[in-house]
Design a protein around this ligand. Structure first.
Ligand code: ADP
Ligand code: MG
Length: 246
C-alpha cells in the first residue's frame, strides 16, 4: 500500500435523517500517523460523521475511501474497511458476559482467524500496554470506568487497525479517570497511530492533535493546528464555542 496515500478521504459527505440535513457537505482527509481532534456543540453531527467512516452510518452523497478502499455498498469492501477501522465509544460497549481477555480475543479469532494462543498472547501484551494486565480474567462489571475504557482501547488495537476512531472516549468517566484514559491515547499518538478523536479535552487536543476541527450544524467551520485553533481562530463561531468550553 502506498505509504503517502491518506488513510481517510471523505469528500463532500451529505446525510439526511428524513428531512433533517445532518451532514451538509463535510470533507476530511486524514494522513497516515495524523491525530485529528473533532470538536463542536452537541448535535452538530460529529458522531454521525465519524461513524460513516466504518459504515456504521449510511450517507446519501459524497465519497469515502479508507486506505485506498472505496466505501461503497459492496459488502466485501465494508467488511475489509471494518477490519482496518477501530472504534472506541463513549459507553465502552464491552460484552458484559465475556471476560476482559475474551472481549479482546473475540474479533481477532473470528475475523482475523488467529489461533487462540496467538490471540491471547497479543491480548496480554495489549493489556500490559494499557496498564491493566492484572484484570485479564475479570468481567467488565468488576472494573472501573477508566479500566473498562482501557479494555475497549486494547480491544480496538487487537485488530491491528490502520486508524482508530474515538467518540468522546472520556465523557462517561468520573473526572479522576479521565487522565488515565487520555494518557493511553496520547501514548498511541506518540507511537504513530492514526486517530480521529471527538473530544472537548482541550489539554489533550493541544498536546496530541496535529489538527483541530470545529463542526457546527453539519458543516466544518474551522480547521487549524492546535495553537492557531485555541489562540487565534479565524471564525467567530470558534471563539464562541471556545468561550463555552474553556
Ligand atoms: P454530535 O455527535 O455532534 O452530538 P450526532 O451526530 O450524534 O451529533 O447527531 C447530529 C444530529 O442528528 C442531532 O440533531 C441528532 O438529534 C440527530 N440524529 C442522530 N441520530 C439520529 C437518528 N437515528 N435519527 C434522527 N436524527 C438523528
Ligand atoms: Mg456524539
Amino acid at each position: 500500500m502506498n505509504q503517502q496515500k491518506p488513510i481517510i478521504i471523505a469528500q463532500d459527505i451529505h446525510k439526511w435523517y428524513g428531512k433533517f440535513h445532518v451532514l451538509q457537505g463535510v470533507s476530511l482527509t486524514v494522513n497516515r500517523g495524523e491525530v485529528v481532534v473533532l470538536m463542536g456543540p452537541s448535535g452538530s453531527g460529529k458522531s454521525t460523521f465519524i461513524r460513516t467512516f466504518n459504515a456504521l452510518e449510511e450517507y446519501q452523497e459524497g465519497r469515502i475511501e479508507i486506505d485506498g478502499i472505496d466505501l461503497t455498498n459492496d459488502l466485501k469492501n465494508i467488511e475489509a474497511i471494518r477490519r482496518e477501522v477501530g472504534m472506541v465509544f463513549q459507553q465502552f460497549n464491552l460484552f458484559p458476559h465475556l471476560t476482559v481477555l475474551q472481549n479482546i480475543t473475540l474479533a481477532p479469532t473470528w475475523v482475523r482467524k488467529w489461533t487462540k494462543v496467538k490471540a491471547e498472547e497479543t491480548a496480554m501484551q495489549l493489556l500490559e500496554r494499557v496498564g491493566i494486565l492484572e484484570q485479564a480474567q475479570k468481567y467488565p462489571g468488576q472494573l472501573s470506568g477508566g479500566q473498562q475504557q482501557r479494555v475497549a482501547i486494547a480491544r480496538a488495537l487487537a485488530m491491528q487497525p490502520k486508524v482508530i476512531l474515538f467518540d468522546e472516549p472520556t465523557s462517561a468517566l468520573d473526572p479522576e479517570m479521565v487522565r488515565e484514559v487520555l494518557d493511553v491515547i496520547k501514548t498511541l499518538a506518540a507511537d504513530g497511530m492514526t486517530m480521529v478523536v471527538v473530544t472537548h479535552e482541550v489539554g489533550f487536543a493541544r498536546e496530541a492533535a496535529d489538527r483541530v476541527i470545529l463542526m457546527d450544524s453539519g458543516t466544518i467551520v474551522e480547521e487549524a493546528t492546535p495553537s492557531i485553533f485555541f489562540q487565534n481562530p479565524k471564525h467567530d463561531r470558534t471563539r464562541k464555542f471556545l468561550s463555552q468550553i474553556l
